[in-house]
Design a protein around this ligand. Structure first.
Ligand SMILES: Nc1nc2c(c(=O)[nH]1)N[C@H]1C(S)=C(S)[C@@H](COP(=O)(O)O)O[C@H]1N2
Ligand SMILES: [Mo]
Length: 374
């Protein structure tokens, strides 16, 4: 089903921005309860175990079956294709570890807060995706020279800001033809779970999550820039009437595995004094991570962490830094830079959608030899 209302940017009903003193509302809580993050201690795994990966589904998880699924490749092609899941699975098979991060990661820490899924830092995960490269299928269909965008549409359906739609996102043809773009039917050696797009999803290594269309039904080649709702929604805009710029690849980010043990409500941490290893992950969708710096004193001083050897191109990289924790209070953060010169600056450039917030974590830690009781 196509979108019911032809909307051009900017979307006529912009998302809401919370008042400066407005807490998280029940609607945001509802979204957060459906769309869980990855518990940050799960950064200990190179590959995020099934069920621990973050989840973001705008509407409902559709009822789908591999048995009667058809993937259609149509639009500006010489020979439209219709493929069953069995046919997709009979094509050359690739398995690759890719880190996904939601473009809204960090949104809840923007001030004022754009009202949407209120992520703190946990909208990230890395799975080993199994599928087949998209490019040979597009070549088999025969790409018309007039093609500008390739539109990927999922089976999920809903309404956002008054626009009824199937979830749909496009890639510029040049990006869709990159060798690492995959049609994926498996994750971590198992069939895709329903919530991650069973029976078929797109994986676009390096891009923010919104590009990785789940429950993929149709691929359509068009001769203009796609202006569907989700294409217009994911832009960096400073105001409601700012046309903004599209969100594409993942900006560099480093996160710390919170050390010690947490306080139930505040999630602040406790540690015994002594020698320990701070560890975490860093990733970028633009290039290889080249540096991670860590502070334990709220940004007064930064130390360079040791990077583990890079594994897969688009999977996060492990880092570590030995720390002698003396009694006292600390605020721990990490920041990353990549080989394209991009890096996490301390300051957040605010934007209306709450996207790509580079602000670092602030892990509050009390190092004490006493039992943590009052
Ligand atoms: N069909 C469909 N695909 C989708 C979405 C969706 O709501 N519907 N959400 C997108 C967003 S915003 C993100 S961050 C990722 C999340 O993928 P995951 O839930 O498998 O972690 O899926 C993307 N693909
Ligand atoms: Mo997302």
């Amino acid at each position: 089903m196509a979108e019911r209302s032809a909307e051009l940017e900017p979307i006529s009903q912009p998302g809401r921005v919370a008042d400066s003193d407005e807490g998280i509302g029940l609607d945001e809580l509802g979204l957060a309860a459906r769309n869980h993050g990855m518990p940050l201690e799960a950064m200990r795994y190179d590959v995020t175990p099934l069920g621990l990966h973050y989840l973001l589904t705008h509407y409902d998880i559709p009822e789908t079956s591999a048995d009667d699924w058809t993937l259609t490749i149509a639009g500006l092609v010489d020979h439209p294709l219709e493929l069953s899941i069995a046919e997709v699975q009979s094509l050359p098979r690739v398995t690759t570890a890719v880190t996904l991060e939601c473009a809204g990661n960090g949104r809840a820490r923007m001030l004022p807060r754009p009202v949407s899924q209120p992520w703190l830092h946990e909208a990230v995960g890395t799975m080993e995706w199994t599928g087949t490269p998209l490019r040979p299928l597009l070549e088999r269909a025969g790409v018309d020279a007039r093609t500008v965008d390739v539109v990927f549409t999922g089976a999920d359906h809903g309404v956002d800001r008054g626009i009824e739609q199937d979830y749909a996102r496009s890639l510029p043809l040049t990006e869709a033809l990159l060798d690492d773009v995959l049609l994926v039917y498996g994750a971590n050696s198992a069939p895709l779970l329903p919530q991650h797009g069973y029976p078929l999803r797109l994986v676009v290594p390096g891009w923010y999550g919104m590009a990785h269309v789940k429950w993929l039904r149709t691929i359509e080649l068009i001769d203009h820039d796609f202006d569907g709702f989700q294409q217009s929604a994911y832009r960096i805009r400073e105001s409601a009437d700012d046309p903004g710029r599209p969100i594409t690849r993942i900006e560099p980010r480093a996160l710390v595995i919170p050390p010690g043990w947490p306080d139930f409500m505040s999630r602040s941490r406790f540690l015994r004094p002594g020698q320990l290893m701070l560890e975490g992950r860093a990733w970028s969708g633009w290039g290889a991570i080249t540096a991670v710096e860590v502070t334990v004193d709220a940004g007064l001083t930064w130390d360079e962490a040791e990077l583990a050897p890079a594994t897969h191109g688009w999977a996060w990289r492990r880092w570590k830094l030995p720390w002698h924790a003396a009694e006292g209070r600390y605020s721990i953060s990490a920041r990353a830079a990549d080989d394209t010169g991009r890096g996490q600056s301390g300051r957040q450039p605010w934007n209306r959608g709450g996207f790509a917030n580079p602000t670092t974590q602030e892990v509050d830690v009390l190092v004490t030899s006493q039992a943590a009781s009052r």
